[in-house]
Design a protein. Sequence first.
Length: 123
Amino acid sequence: MTSLQVLYALGIGSISGVIAALCGVGGGVVMVPCFVYLLSLGQKDAVATSLMAMIGTAIVASTQNFKNGFGDWKIAAVTMVGAMLTAYLASDWLKRFSDEKLTKFFGLILVVMGLRMLLLGKS
């Protein structure tokens, strides 16, 4: 890695850490686009790198949230089982998509979920 890449990666990590701690997201929403556009990773590598980077973030933020009295471990555990099983299978699907199709799919998910949140809020 070049010095500039290290600085970009630290900045991306810092921004995603704040967003992850406050919003429960960061890997996909912040890291993936930044990895693609600032660090020139392909979409597939950006997705995989984001997931790798979020392991520590999730552990640290979850520990702090638990100490602050937030979170429901029962719901988290059941959700984690479903997410882990599905993610294991879906990770192989990554090979089948082109970077272009994957980028468009990612953008569509962000737009749909963002619009839903903006327009409907929590009902």
